[in-house]
Ligand binder design. Structure first.
Ligand code: NI
Length: 170
């Protein structure tokens, strides 16, 4: 296993729509174990493959951040089949440094996908898990949580980030 580099906004791969996984082979299995290690090291509660530069439809979620093996979810080609209710929670993202903002999303979702053995899985998530699943699945479509903020908040962040990067570049 290896800790991978997490791409940061505005890296273009974060905006790419990820491709479905055609076959769960050793490459995908290695990617998933690296993603889990990267997520736990960060630490974070979820990670999508395009955040580590691989634009394929794979996400990992672990609300326990490694404390509870049963909390770990690996979803290949996941899709939201049902979303309902509404919840507003503060979100952050490993790819969007120095920002935490409230986002309104569905309070309950059902997600279908495949596990690492290629078996169909269905995950039902409420509240924090629902939010995490929607956040990670958004990544696979090139959507970041800042896209759910007001235009003003988003452009303020983009400007701040550009300035910081320009300063870092000298
Ligand atoms: Ni994120």
């Amino acid at each position: 296993m290896a800790v991978l580099e997490i791409l940061k906004f505005p890296h273009p791969v974060l905006r790419q729509k990820a491709e479905p996984v055609a076959e769960i082979d050793d490459r995908i299995r290695r990617l998933v174990s690296d993603m889990i290690e990267t997520m736990l090291k960060a630490p974070g509660v979820g990670l999508a493959a395009n955040q580590v530069g691989v634009p394929v439809r794979v996400v990992v979620v672990d609300l326990s951040v490694g404390e509870d093996p049963d909390a770990r979810l690996v979803l290949v080609n996941p899709e939201i089949v049902c979303g309902e209710g509404s919840i507003c929670m503060e979100e952050g993202c490993l790819s969007v440094p120095d920002l935490r903002e409230n986002v309104t999303r569905c309070s309950r979702v059902v997600v279908r996908g495949l596990d690492l053995d290629g078996r169909p899985v269905e995950v039902e998530g409420e509240e924090l898990l629902a939010v995490a699943l929607q956040h990670e699945l958004d990544h696979l479509d090139g959507v970041l949580f800042i896209d759910h903020l007001s235009q003003l908040k988003r452009s303020r962040y983009v400007a701040k980030r550009k300035k910081l990067l320009a300063e870092a570049a000298g």
